[in-house]
Design a protein around this ligand. Structure first.
Ligand code: AMP
Length: 173
């Protein structure tokens, strides 16, 4: 099935000039949801991953589905002030502005084999910051996966040392 056709472009969201890739149109399709999660699972299975780390908020959706299928735990990375216990944080530059992400200090054990997942790779700033957090905690990043990759923003260049996979690519806006 062509899951790319289920992604909706929303121009000028959240600010003028950004074409937002809306995945809700894929999520609401039972076949779309199943196909996308099965294809993401193909990248990650058999690699002894024991933690899947998902990035707020759309990274939680497939991140959780993947964790359950891989018999791994799920760990959320969130925007500042959302996680209740002690956190570690990283600041980064986003396609639209600057932001910070946090993870619970006790979420990753040294030696954990981690799959990092988010819905979309744009400039790569968010995922680069997430990878730094995991490595500061002694986690081993086995794979990084995305549902969507905007090739023209070259985010992959920031993640060169990792095994990076994406299901849907766009070569231009
Ligand atoms: P970046 O750090 O530039 O790679 O941006 C990735 C993060 O911003 C992801 O968590 C995405 O959900 C979000 N994002 C950036 N650009 C877009 C876009 N055009 N459409 C939807 N989400 C986006």
């Amino acid at each position: 099935m062509d899951i790319k056709s289920l992604i909706r472009d929303v121009p000028d969201f959240p600010i003028k000039g950004i074409i937002f890739k809306d995945i809700t149109t894929l999520l609401k399709s039972a076949r779309g949801l199943k196909t996308a999660s099965e294809e993401l699972l193909e990248f990650a299975k058999g690699k002894h991953i024991n933690k899947v780390v998902g990035i707020e908020s759309r990274g939680f959706i497939f991140g959780c589905l993947l964790a359950e299928k891989l018999d791994a735990g799920f760990v959320p990375i969130r925007k500042p002030g959302k996680l209740p216990a002690e956190t570690l944080s990283e600041t980064y530059t986003l396609e639209y502005g600057e932001d910070k992400i946090e993870i619970h200090k006790d979420a990753i054990e040294p030696g954990d084999k981690v799959l990092l997942h988010d819905d979309l790779l744009a400039t790569g700033g968010t995922m680069e910051a997430a990878a730094k957090l995991i490595e500061r905690m002694g986690g081993e990043i086995i794979q990084i996966s995305f549902l969507i990759e905007l090739n023209f923003l070259k985010g992959r260049e920031k993640l060169k040392k990792y095994d990076v996979h994406s299901l849907i690519q766009y070569d231009s806006e």
